[in-house]
Design a protein around this ligand. Sequence first.
Ligand code: AP5
Length: 217
Amino acid sequence: MNLILLGPPGAGKGTQAKTIAAKYGLLQLSTGDMLRAAVAAGTDVGRRAKAIMDRGGLVPDEIVVGLIAERIDQPDCRNGVIFDGFPRTLAQADALEATLKQKGKALDAVVELRVDDTKLVERIVGRFTCAKCGEGYHDRFKRPKVRGVCDICQSTEFTRRPDDNAETVTRRLMVYYRETSPLVGYYYCKGTLKEVDGMGPIDQVARQIGEVLGRTK
Ligand code: AP5
């Protein structure tokens, strides 16, 4: 199964992608994570992407399409992939369709997470991540069970993303509505779009996605 999780910044794509990937044996491919890894490694792609990401813009299509085309050829993608944060433009969506077709694969569903803007800002500004294993948390909605200690790896170091501030979030939302939201209509016309209310608690949203995907298979 190959899926896309579509939705604005903070909608819960990364959070839900991990659950779905574990449940269905899929590989989560987050272009945001791939780009952040490139920035941390100081690669040419990372150097080109950093300033754009810090100000909440979109990295050029040819860079992200190249990253994905290369990655989905690897053996761990054989059982299927969940795309998290990709595609983000109509050009990326066309490129993904062509790449999958060329490799004899297809897209099974596009799950759109719908969340109001005020909630998105609240979710993003409160987000933090374990510096060691990458587990995601939130100041209000998902705190570690023991304060200051990661539930998964017991590390006591956490990080916050440089683009998770109120000013950049507003820009990221505008970019989403201008560049990415047209994909809702694009996938609706292709018959693959599934809408899910992303406003409720994490477990409730996960259950709704499970129901939608259960009807897809
Ligand atoms: P990326 O990393 O993809 O960021 P994003 O799309 O802005 O999405 P986020 O990671 O902010 O949010 P999310 O929906 O994953 O929410 P999460 O689950 O973490 O991209 C970053 C940048 O990279 C872009 O701005 C761009 O520059 C570049 N880029 C990436 N891909 C690109 C592409 N394809 N083309 C061009 N440029 C690209 O949840 C957020 C918080 O809320 C967490 O703390 C979580 O615990 C909490 N939470 C989640 N769900 C719930 C819930 N139901 N209830 C309560 N809290 C919840």
